[in-house]
Design a protein. Structure first.
Length: 237
């Protein structure tokens, strides 16, 4: 821990080396100390070592420090946020998003105008490094218009009554409670070719045998083939 005014004065060899080493130590430790440096510069880093150690950066006007985060925590305690690359849901029986990092605690899937060629219900399945989990879910979806509900153990159920003419748009929130326990809620609107629209709401839970690494959108039973729409996810710490 060291601080310096970054002014190396003319001086004898040993004193010069000591002064230079002090300046380098201040740089190496991000000007750390229990108080802010007495000599400051625009965009200067400073770690306040009073517990918990906190990282600051000087503002551009050089008249105040701005708190960045807790230096004792991963990623400074800041939320991590990543957006995947959107995928067209126009072919295949599943839309898969892999390489989800272990720090992801919340995953949001977005559906835009998604359709299939059949009448099976849309579901989201979670996966680990060993593959996708296809059973053991406790999931329910209820249609507002039909005032009816369905249950699924094959995945997180998003729809209640599906036809191959329906276009589905909406949001699926999946949150890690602790360990490998996950819950979800969903709100998906379906639009018929006739222009009639209604919504289905879903909720439930699942426990994985290992850390989640992937998710996919598919459908129940023998999965139907996707033929329209776009799907994407974002994941957060």
């Amino acid at each position: 821990m060291a601080q310096h005014d970054y002014d190396i004065a003319n001086q004898a060899g040993a004193a010069f080396r000591s002064d230079l080493n002090n300046a380098l130590s201040a740089i190496a430790t991000n000007n750390s100390g229990t108080t802010a440096p007495s000599t400051t510069f625009a965009y200067q880093w400073h770690v306040d070592t009073d517990a918990p150690a906190t990282l600051y950066i000087r503002n551009g006007a050089n008249n105040a420090y701005i708190e960045v985060g807790d230096a004792t925590l991963d990623n400074l305690g800041l939320q991590k946020f990543r957006r995947a690359t959107a995928q067209a849901s126009t072919s295949g029986t599943a839309i898969t998003f892999g390489s989800i990092p272990s720090w992801a605690n919340r995953i949001t899937m977005m559906l835009y105008g998604v359709s299939t060629n059949g009448s099976n219900e849309l579901i989201v399945q979670l996966g680990t490094a060993s593959g996708f989990v296809t059973s053991g879910y406790n999931s329910n979806s209820e249609s507002v218009a039909a005032t009816s509900s369905q249950y699924s153990s094959a995945g997180f159920l998003l729809t209640n009554t599906t036809l191959n003419t329906y276009l589905h748009s909406g949001i699926v929130h999946m949150i890690r409670v602790d360990g490998n326990n996950w819950v979800y809620t969903s709100n998906v609107k379906r639009a018929a070719v006739s222009g009639t629209t209604t919504s289905a709401y879903g909720a439930g839970d699942a426990t994985l045998g290992a850390v989640l690494t992937q998710v996919r959108l598919t459908s129940t039973n023998t999965p139907d083939t996707f033929d329209a729409g776009t799907v994407n996810i974002v994941y957060e710490s």
